[in-house]
Design a protein around this ligand. Structure first.
Ligand code: ZN
Length: 297
């Protein structure tokens, strides 16, 4: 599931390619993925200019020029993808990735849709002749919302870990008096927004703390190490391209650059990069925890 780094990278790409463009066409292929009747959804969006794109937690928010917002969440396997509508109008640098898609000049869009990283659920045609695909929104969704509706939806979210105001003291304050194990707490969006299974595992490894550690047993040094580990890993991942397999666009060779840097997440049975002990896996709170029982206490 995409977490803060992956959604932040989507946000940056969308700001680069989609911001200030008008939505010229909307196709809803999976009606359950949108919050209105599809005819109303399309009617509300067509002709609107996308003024800005922001992120909160794992949500991307499109700010529309009618004062409404389009909120999207990828959930487990949702993906965004951008394609040029017409090769001849393509003037962007196209690098190696998916070159077979881009260079297939004779193929029409329908052919190229088959090569998307998932089945398209909703498609936007944009005024710059790019096409934005929201793919595999099986659990994910798009919602056209007023400002009040948006604020109600986002109101329960906890702190953004990369917000400048979120420092080690604030992290410590949030943990004070809390009970239970640290990993489920980190993953609860009402505590910290946008941290999921991958980065909670990595942050705990980086801090030398077992996922099962009770919050009440964490010393102030443990808390500072965990704060530093979490924020550093999220920043590193954003800087290096995050953990997404699929590129955002045919010319995107940045996405997924953090994949080789995972130390414990999804590495069961492989050697710990620090002590060579075998990485173990157990289920905590219904999610897989990955850890090194020597490096983490
Ligand atoms: Zn180890």
């Amino acid at each position: 599931m995409p977490e803060i780094p992956e959604m932040e990278i989507y946000k940056d790409y969308l700001n680069k390619w989609v911001k200030d463009k008008r939505i010229s066409e909307v196709n809803v292929l999976r009606v359950k993925s949108v919050n209105l009747e599809s005819v109303d959804f399309c009617h509300n969006l067509i002709g609107k200019r996308i003024q800005d794109i922001t992120r909160r937690s794992k949500y991307i928010i499109f700010h529309l020029d009618d004062g409404y917002f389009l909120l999207t969440h990828m959930m487990l396997d949702g993906r965004l993808f951008l394609l040029p509508l017409d090769e001849s109008k393509e003037d962007q640098p196209i690098k190696n990735l998916k070159s077979e898609v881009v260079n297939s000049g004779a193929e029409d869009l329908r052919q190229r849709i088959k090569q998307l990283p998932g089945k398209p659920s909703v498609i936007f045609g944009l005024s710059n002749d790019l096409v934005l695909f929201f793919c595999s929104l099986t659990l994910g969704y798009l919602r056209y919302l007023s400002q009040d509706e948006l604020e109600a939806k986002l109101g329960e979210l906890g702190s953004e870990p990369l917000d400048p105001s979120f420092d080690a003291q604030e992290f410590n304050r949030l943990l004070t008096g809390k009970r239970g194990m640290i990993k489920p707490w980190l993953m609860n969006p009402k505590n910290i927004a946008g941290v999921g299974n991958a980065y909670s595992n990595e942050a705990l490894f980086g801090a030398g703390i077992l996922p099962t550690r009770l919050i009440s047993t964490l010393s102030s040094a443990d808390r500072i190490r965990l704060y530093n580990s979490l924020t550093m890993i999220l920043r590193d991942s954003i800087r290096l391209g995050g953990d997404m397999e699929e590129p955002f666009a045919p010319w995107d060779d940045f996405t997924g650059g953090y994949n080789p840097y995972f130390k414990v997440y999804d590495r069961t049975g492989k050697p710990c990069p620090v002590c060579q002990n075998v990485i173990e896996k157990s289920e905590i709170g219904g999610r897989n925890a990955f850890f090194c029982s020597i490096c983490q206490k």
